[in-house]
Design a protein around this ligand. Sequence first.
Ligand code: NAG
Ligand code: NAG
Ligand code: NAG
Length: 453
Amino acid sequence: CSLHHIFYIVGCGLQIFTSSRAIANGLLAIAYLTVSVLSHRTSLPAPMFSRNDVSIWSILKKCIGMELSKIAMPVILNEPLSFLQRLTEYMEHTYLIHQANTTTDSMERMKCVAAFAVSAVASQWERTGKPFNPLLGETYELIREDLGFRWMSEQVSHHPPVSAFHAEGLQEDFLFHGSIYPKLKFWGKSVEAEPKGIISLELPKYNEAYTWTNPTCCVHNIIVGQLWIEQYGNVEVINHKTGERCSLIFKPCGLFGKELHKVEGYILDKSKKKLCAIYGKWTECLYTVDADTFDAHKKSDKKNSEEKKSEYLIRPEEMPLPDGDTVQVIPGSELIWRIAPRPDNSAEFYAFSTFAMQLNELEEGMKGVLPPTDCRLRPDIRHMEKGDIDSASAEKKRVEEKQRLSRKNRSKSTEEWKTRWFHQGTNPHNKAQDWLYSNSYWDRNYSLLPDIY
Ligand SMILES: *[C@@H]1O[C@H](CO)[C@@H](O)[C@H](O)[C@H]1NC(C)=O
Ligand SMILES: *[C@@H]1O[C@H](CO)[C@@H](O)[C@H](O)[C@H]1NC(C)=O
Ligand SMILES: *[C@@H]1O[C@H](CO)[C@@H](O)[C@H](O)[C@H]1NC(C)=O
């Protein structure tokens, strides 16, 4: 954490004073002094409001089946983070990528990468607040020396809303990038987010690239009852060099609640032969085990559960009870990932993890270093974080109106919106349309940035 601060302060210093080493050194000394009194925060400035007394239904009943980005949602349903910041939570378990880099066996690397892909969505657990829609041109950066990465992202399209991101290992052991279009659908009792877009991970040491897409996320009971989150769908992690793949199913909870949060699948070689099985829950942990052992276990488990199925019957709109708190571990399994516990104060603060708690922190050393488009400078999110819902709501309206106006201005002229840090192109690994990083963000040339707040 201390290095993190230095990076900001020194990064700024070096840019201004590159010609004067003495001053830069002086700055470094000051940076150290500053660092000793700073540390990452462990809570937000104000606890969240209760959502119980808001009549959401009166707002939403007209909107069934509509795409959610077209509905003006009350701020009280939000969490004080932009979607760009929420995306950054993919990086919480970056150690799994470092682990993949140091492993010489490609199947072992795939285990780490698959665990990273699952861990990347684990922060969604109990996170029922909606992140703020990023404004066109909004950016977010995060440098975590302690976790060994730096990240930057930009909102590159408004309709449809597309967020592009690019992260790199500080030791140059990986590149992680992608573009996400969270297609949200409102279904009356639930909101479903289908994260369209591709995610790529590159390990230069092995000249390998992996790609995958995230599962669908669904928030249940948004009108009445207990809110809960489900993720379902297939996730296939492909190693484009070896042809190996990890085929995972995020299971829908089902009528019996028995499959709640379960993830399972296999790592296959390029001739589709099963190399090993992976199983667990995205909310908890993941194990690997020999494929035959796994199949034998499933067979006997299925027989047992048919005998006692009726015990699990629940009404589908209730929060289903998981079958036991933990994953049933098959003998011979190896743990590959376990979720870090949420901090004790998490429930007061939008179910944030410790990592999430720090995302919108505006540290002293960042002021004047961050571009003016950074999420941390967004007034509506800042107000919400401080617990001032009325100002948050007013500012949200204002910045969205400003966005509409400048869009209208552009449509009247020949001027077109230009993304600043990404350009559209073809993903070199799977040939799909993607947004590619233009490689210059960390030079910190802010000369062409729009005024969006
Ligand atoms: C990546 O792995 C290689 C080979 O094991 C190792 O030499 C290198 O130090 C690793 N890089 C990092 C940042 O761990
Ligand atoms: C739109 O154009 C008008 C007139 O040129 C200008 O005054 C205004 O600041 C512009 N608004 C935005 C948001 O760009
Ligand atoms: C910053 O970017 C602008 C526009 O691309 C360019 O004209 C200018 O020379 C750059 N400034 C520096 C210091 O590189």
